[in-house]
Write a protein that binds this ligand. Structure first.
Ligand code: NAP
Length: 525
């Protein structure tokens, strides 16, 4: 494993200052010294990226398709080594990481398929009408073009699918944007293995040098320099609200402000309606025990808030949830920082007078460190409404049940929430028509509204919307999962009055790429 920074096709080791990866389950260092990049290396990577952009944006779909597919193949071929390293760096178990590797390669292939199909460029053609009265109409043709070099901040909780070769990188490369990854210091070895694959493939396929670079840091200097570099045209990020808003501020204050697409998490409210609780309280408790504790709760879609009206069914739900949660063994959290943060927030909540404990697991694995223990607590709707701090995310296997006196109070709780990635209603078909106000409210709150499913488990596809109003993300108009996530990396340009031979193929009248287009108000190929 080469642990140096990757700048185009060369390796760089900055000022020879290194850091080590930590195994969060033992707290011990893992093999490998990772070289912290310098500002000079940021400059070099960004200069190369800009040069590469001029060429890469025009190389055509076939070369981009081959690039994405070859990365996926190489990831598969080296899967065992990558998964083993990711396990030791993240504490995540093998089956979870096997699934994540599959998701990563599927995402790369999904974008390759999207490019082959071609309509994603949203070509629109209004041909000239020279004899239109009172004025002639000129020929205008519009499509999406890539924005430019993209800086990608990987997520700690998805060391593969939201990291070096994750969804952001795949979408950016598909769009025609070079990628510069700021490696997440929680999994530098996994990042190195994946980045070396991308470098090798890019070089072997003769792609412009600088189409991909990866820089390490153990702090904010390199990330900040990348965001502020004039050649950076877009930033993507998955992580904390604090980190995301810091990057947004930097990008806004640049001489040329640029978009930051930050996915900053969510408490993903779940409304449990009375009839559903009455009819299937045990089943709902099982669903939410699993969803709250899956991957030690380290999902941005973790159900951190349950909301219900007091009832006998709710009491039965609480009893079953308490039993379920008390049976959950502790497990290793991603980083010592994430674990310490989790324990601090849970302790704060448990010790506050407004909150009571429904259940807290005591099944601690004392042989390992950085263990997350599941907990579920309860608060009255009145106290919840009076305390802004309970609307914040507790990243880990935790959920807060808010108990309302009646439907009006339940609605007030929903109305008081900030933007979310998801909002769910668990309901019986019979009762849904009586809660129109509630179900309508969900789509105002969140990017994905769910009926009778847990929010964890984000399908990667064409229709997925993984985003939502601030603070869930920095821009509720875009998704960071699925084919539509490519839209973050493009902007529309229209060509007015150009000769056929000078137009991009996507916009030529005879449609050589045979893609769907809106041609004089009619969708056709
Ligand atoms: P983080 O602290 O937000 O960091 C994510 C990445 O952004 C890291 O590479 C970090 O660099 C960089 N970064 C953060 N603040 C920065 C700043 N001001 N300037 C430049 N770069 C900055 O996330 P994390 O370390 O993965 O986890 C911490 C917390 O984030 C968790 O406890 C959880 O609350 C939240 N989180 C949310 C999600 C989600 O799905 N939205 C996922 C993971 C974590 P350095 O690490 O080098 O400092």
């Amino acid at each position: 494993m080469d642990t140096r920074n990757i700048i185009g096709y060369r390796y760089a080791q900055g000022d020879n200052i290194t850091f080590k990866a930590v195994d969060p389950s033992s707290g011990t260092s893992l093999p490998g010294d990772f070289y912290i990049a310098t500002l000079a290396e940021v400059e070099e990577a960004m200069t190369l990226a800009w040069k590469a952009f001029n060429e890469y944006q025009h190389i055509g779909k076939d070369k981009k398709v081959a690039f994405l597919r070859a990365i996926a193949e190489e990831l598969k071929a080296n899967g065992q080594e990558i998964i083993e390293r990711a396990m030791s760096e993240s504490g995540l178990p093998s089956p979870r990481l096997q699934g994540e590797l599959g998701r990563t390669t599927n995402q790369l292939n999904m974008f390759a398929n999207l490019l082959e199909e071609g309509s994603w460029v949203e070509a629109i053609i209004d041909t000239a009408i020279p004899d239109r009265q009172p004025l002639p109409r000129v020929d205008i043709r519009k499509m999406m073009v890539p924005l430019g070099p993209a800086v990608v901040f990987g997520a700690s909780n998805f060391p593969l699918a939201f990291s070096v070769a994750g969804g952001d990188t795949a979408a950016a490369l598909a769009a025609g944007c070079p990628v510069i990854v700021k490696a997440h210091p929680a999994h530098p070895g996994t990042s190195a293995l994946v980045a070396n694959i991308i470098k090798k493939v890019a070089e072997a396929q003769g792609l412009p040098e600088g189409v991909f670079s990866l820089l390490y840091d153990y702090g904010y200097v390199i990330g900040e320099a990348l965001v502020k570099h004039p050649n950076t045209k877009i930033v993507t990020f998955t992580g904390s609200l604090k980190g995301g808003t810091a990057l947004m501020k930097m990008a806004r204050e640049r001489e040329e402000p640029i978009p930051v697409f930050a996915e900053m998490g969510s408490i993903n409210p779940i409304v449990l309606l009375p009839l559903a609780l009455e009819k299937r309280s045990e089943e709902l408790a099982k669903t939410y025990t699993d969803s709250i504790t899956m991957s030690v709760g380290q999902f941005c879609t973790n159900p951190g808030l349950l909301i219900a009206i007091k009832s006998e069914g709710l009491n039965r739900f609480k009893t079953a949830l308490a039993e379920g949660i008390s049976e959950i063994n502790s497990a290793t959290m991603l980083t010592p920082g994430i674990c310490a943060n989790y324990q601090r927030l849970v302790n704060e909540r448990i010790s506050s007078t407004e909150i009571s404990v429904i259940s807290q697991s005591d099944k601690l694995n004392a042989e390992k460190v950085n263990q997350g223990l599941a907990a579920v607590t309860e608060i009255s709707a009145a106290d919840f409404l009076a305390n802004e701090k309970y609307k914040e995310e507790v990243f880990g296997p935790y959920s807060l049940l808010v108990v309302a006196d009646d439907v009006n109070q339940l609605e007030q709780v929903l109305n008081s929430l900030h933007g979310q990635l998801t909002a769910t209603v668990m309901a019986d078909a019979e009762e849904l028509p009586n809660y129109k106000q509630i179900t309508n409210q969900l789509a105002i709150l969140a990017g994905r509204v769910i009926l009778n499913n847990p929010p964890t488990g984000v399908e990667v596809g064409n229709a997925m919307m993984h985003g939502g109003p601030f603070p869930a993300t920095s821009d509720s108009r875009f998704t960071s999962v699925g084919t539509s996530s490519i839209k973050r990396f493009v902007r529309p340009v229209c060509w007015q009055n150009w000769n056929e031979d000078l137009l991009p193929d996507e916009l030529k009248t005879n449609n050589p790429l045979k893609i769907w287009r809106l041609f004089n108000n009619e969708y056709k190929k």
